[in-house]
Design a protein. Structure first.
Length: 299
């Protein structure tokens, strides 16, 4: 590995805060990262890190080298992006994470369309309902539903709003009756979303902008929204699901919407990415496409 490659590993160690964190980001073992740093130190005849069994910190020489190397790498990346912009053809691998159901039904088709438009573009997409660490896990973009935590290292843009619908199968409503107000829901089987053994209640609009959390001792709890929609269509109870997910089922008569005023409950869909001096063209194109197409895809 040349000096540039060794320096990239060194910078990743500092940014990630550990050799193991750098290894995860670069898909290398901790041992390989440690050997690369040791080789760089040998080449330069300086010690870059103070190391103990539990921690690492930059030496004075290490901090000096980091400051200069980071600026140099930023200039190189800016040069590459300038060339890519000049070619106007996104290339490289776009790494993106999205919630499972939204990602599979809405995000993935748009990203596949982007890849079909640009033959030089590769896509690596992960589906997970947990929040991912963009920097530590090496993603270019992540999609999140609902509020996000402010961070000086993360930029974001709202690309849509997700409204919710309460619905049930005609057979269930014929058997248990159709609720006419939120208070009636207490007498119904509510299908809940939850993972790791904990089910979320329904957050419903209350008076004066308040939100009431409604829970039910239902027999069906899943950590997958498609499975909840299937259970509702099978008559197991009422489900509160994204409008884009149940639209076709409602149109087909498999599900019936109840309490349509619940449409007042909406959640922002945010697109997040690491801040940096330059944005890769592949990331720019993905952001532009998702921002333009998501509102229609969510209706």
């Amino acid at each position: 590995m040349d000096s540039l490659g060794l320096t990239s590993i060194f910078l990743a160690c500092v940014d990630a805060g550990s050799f193991s964190g750098a290894g995860r980001r670069l898909n290398l073992s901790r041992s390989s990262v440690g050997k690369a740093v040791a080789r760089l130190e040998t080449q330069m005849s300086v010690r870059l890190f103070h190391r103990t069994t539990r921690s690492q910190s930059l030496t004075e020489d290490g901090q000096l080298y980091y400051d200069h190397a980071r600026r140099a790498m930023s200039e190189l990346e800016a040069a590459r992006n300038a060339l890519a912009s000049g070619r106007r053809e996104p290339s490289g691998t776009l790494r993106i994470s999205a919630p499972l159901t939204l990602g599979r039904h809405v995000i993935a088709p748009l990203i596949v369309r982007l890849a079909a438009t640009y033959p030089q573009l590769k896509v690596s997409m992960s589906f997970a309902d947990r929040p991912v660490d963009l920097i530590d896990e090496g993603y270019d973009l992540t999609v999140r539903i609902g509020p996000t935590t402010d961070s000086s290292s993360i930029a974001g843009r709202r690309i849509g709003r997700q409204s919710m619908k309460i619905c049930g199968a005609p057979s269930y409503l014929a058997r248990r009756g159709k609720p006419e107000a939120y208070g009636d829901l207490e007498a119904h089987e509510l299908l809940l979303y939850g993972r790791a053994g904990a089910a979320r209640g329904w957050g419903l609009p209350g008076g004066q902008q308040q939100v009431q959390i409604l829970r039910s001792v239902g027999r069906v709890r899943f950590d997958d929204l498609d499975a909840l929609a299937d259970a509702a269509a099978a008559g197991f109870g009422l489900a509160r699901l994204p409008s884009w997910l149940v639209k076709s089922r409602i149109e087909a008569g498999e599900l019936v919407e109840v309490l349509p005023q619940d449409d007042r409950s909406t959640y922002d869909i945010m697109l997040l990415w690491p801040k940096g001096p330059q944005m890769a063209l592949r990331v720019r194109r993905a952001i532009d496409l998702l921002a333009a197409e998501m509102p229609a895809a969510l209706r």
